[in-house]
Design a binder for this molecule. Structure first.
Ligand code: SF4
Ligand code: SF4
Length: 133
């Protein structure tokens, strides 16, 4: 069985007392106005862009078959209606300005990653939920 996630955050300390590994799922239907992770809302894979990291090399635009990346004098713009989430631009980006949100992973893959921190949870007692913080 596979599910779509956009991030796995190890040593997560902001959602309750203690430590935890947080698996962020893609495709949240709630769309809260105060959402801290808007990249979670769409079920479809999405390219994230951090302008402050962009080198303006425009290699991303060269590899995009769909013409979804528009080079600008400084940085780029992404036409999200043209983008199909193929991820080629992310692979081409040496500045790490682009990130793909949305990856299909198996339960086994997620558990294998979470298990890496088992020793910390066993020694610390792990974390609790935010309602008992
Ligand atoms: S490849 Fe990366 S660093 Fe280069 S223009 Fe595109 S987003 Fe910016
Ligand atoms: S994910 Fe693919 S289609 Fe979308 S902007 Fe990047 S290269 Fe273009």
């Amino acid at each position: 069985m596979k599910g779509r996630i956009f991030r796995i955050q190890r040593f997560s300390i902001h959602d309750g007392y203690g430590i935890r590994t947080t698996v962020f799922l893609k495709g949240c239907p709630l769309h809260c106005v105060w959402c801290h992770n808007p990249e979670s809302q769409s079920f479809e894979p999405e390219v994230g862009y951090k302008a402050e990291k962009c080198l303006s090399c425009h290699k991303c635009a060269e590899v995009c078959d769909r013409g979804a990346i528009i080079p600008a004098e400084i940085g780029i713009e992404i036409n999200r209606e043209m983008c199909d989430g193929c991820g080629k631009c992310v692979e081409a980006c040496s500045g790490r300005a682009l990130e793909m949100f949305g990856k299909d992973v198996s339960v086994e893959e997620v558990i294998a990653l979470v298990e890496r921190d088992r020793v910390f949870y066993e020694n610390s007692g792990g974390g609790g939920d935010v309602f008992r913080w």
